[in-house]
Design a binder for this molecule. Structure first.
Ligand code: NAD
Ligand code: MG
Length: 388
């Protein structure tokens, strides 16, 4: 049986892992839409290889390059934010949502509205939109499958069980590349050091989020929306080997965990084949070679981002969307060499330290909160740059 698929963010790290899996089963899959921000030539190459119906660049200015690279093919080319949503709205069996940041929110919502299955990697979209997204999923009869390795692990551990009987959901965190660094070392950390993750090979933004542990903070909020067990039943534990991807403990004392290699192809394959399984080509887990698994409590003194995220989701209203937007601005400023590593969390805290607006109730309201928070974070950044 053939299945149709669209990949939003096809040129990124999750996009590439998804396309690797599609290559393994090319007789099964028909690619409808592939999107990128502005890597037009790379996107065109993928669209030609996978015989996509349409290729879309989010950045309008790159449409000329895309058209040129697709000349002589029958693949449609389009550009701009609306074109991303129009492509995402084309009916498919499964949409892989792998754009980074809140930029992916409107396309994800368009995909949800066509009522198919969404394999969600784009955690920032769910953190920002929260109930607006989960309500749209219910309204349109869509299915949301988590690609994020922790949430995919939890999803698997919940199968065949009653969520009412969950005592704890434990998100594991690698602790990132700076797990053992002192405060003084953290203050001097460079973008190059921050993006060199010990276990995972990922895009720049999520790699920095891993280093600050904001990634785990965003994942805490993501878990709250995906698995409604209540915030007081969610916890984070540092597990540097990234072998256990997360755990669910039930009221009888049984804990179920999902283990696997640190390769996103495993959770992506779980979504593509769900409820079945598919080959990924990943090396089997060699437990004797791994030797030991260790666990530590998260240190919220050196890594305050998880605390900020927990406080934001407890505060509710517009706080989670504000946290996410401020973090996106701060990470971009860090990657551009404008601020130091420890100023990322400080900038987020400062942006949140304003009156928190009411919870957004529609997509447009979420986008308005996101844009206000970016403006406030921009002011905080300007103050930091003036001071330093
Ligand atoms: P990446 O930076 O490697 O790729 C991002 C993709 O989004 C690219 O195709 C890029 O062209 C596109 N994009 C970026 N900005 C855009 C914009 N403004 N408009 C339209 N398209 C845009 O990122 P990634 O590491 O693949 O991560 C993608 C998402 O998946 C993120 O939300 C991340 O948190 C999540 N995720 C990633 C991993 C991982 O291992 N990489 C693991 C779990 C979750
Ligand atoms: Mg993750």
């Amino acid at each position: 049986m053939t299945r149709t698929i669209s990949i939003l963010g096809a040129t990124g790290s999750v996009g590439a892992s998804t396309l690797d899996l599609i290559r393994r089963e090319c007789e099964t899959w028909r690619v409808v839409a592939l999107t990128a921000n502005c890597s037009a030539v790379e996107l065109a190459k993928l669209a030609i290889e996978f015989e996509a119906k349409i290729a879309v660049v989010g950045d309008d200015a790159c449409l000329g390059d895309l058209r040129e690279a697709l000349a002589g093919t029958s693949i449609e080319a389009a550009g701009g934010a609306q074109a991303l949503c129009d492509a995402a709205a084309r009916p498919v069996d499964i949409t892989v949502a792998a754009i980074v940041g809140c930029a992916g929110l409107a396309p994800v919502m368009a995909a949800i509205e066509q009522g198919g299955t969404i394999a969600l990697a784009n955690k920032e979209a769910l953190v920002s939109a929260g109930d607006v997204m989960t309500a749209a999923v219910a309204k349109h009869g869509a299915t949301l499958l988590p690609v994020d390795s922790e949430h995919n692990a939890i999803f698997q551990c919940l199968q065949g069980n009653d969520i009412e009987e969950v005592r704890w959901i434990t998100l594991t965190a690698s602790g990132g590349p700076f797990r053992e660094w002192t405060q003084a070392q953290l203050e001097a950390a460079t973008p190059k050091q921050a993006v060199a993750h010990p276990n995972w090979d990922m895009g720049a933004k999520i790699s920095v989020d891993s280093a600050t542990m904001m990634n785990k903070g965003l994942e805490f909020i993501e878990a709250h929306h995906l698995f409604p067990v209540g915030l007081d039943r969610l916890r984070i534990v540092v597990h540097p080997q990234s072998v256990i991807h997360s755990m669910v403990e039930y009221r009888d004392g049984s804990t179920l965990a999902q283990l696997g290699p640190s390769d996103m192809k495993v959770p992506i394959a779980s979504c593509l084949a769900w409820p079945k399984r598919m080959e990924t080509g990943c090396e089997p887990l060699d437990l004797p070679a791994i030797g030991e698994l260790s666990f530590f409590a998260a240190d919220e003194e050196r890594f305050p981002a998880t605390k900020l995220a927990r406080e934001a989701v407890h505060a509710g209203g517009a706080a989670p969307a504000t946290l996410n937007a401020a973090n996106e601005v701060a990470v971009a400023a860090f990657l551009a060499g404008q601020i130091g590593f420890t100023q990322i969390a400080a900038m987020v805290a400062e942006t949140l330290n304003n009156d928190i607006q009411a919870a957004p109730g529609t997509l447009d309201e979420v986008l308005a909160v996101d844009s206000d928070a970016r403006a406030r974070a921009g002011e905080v950044l300007a103050e930091i740059l003036e001071r330093d």
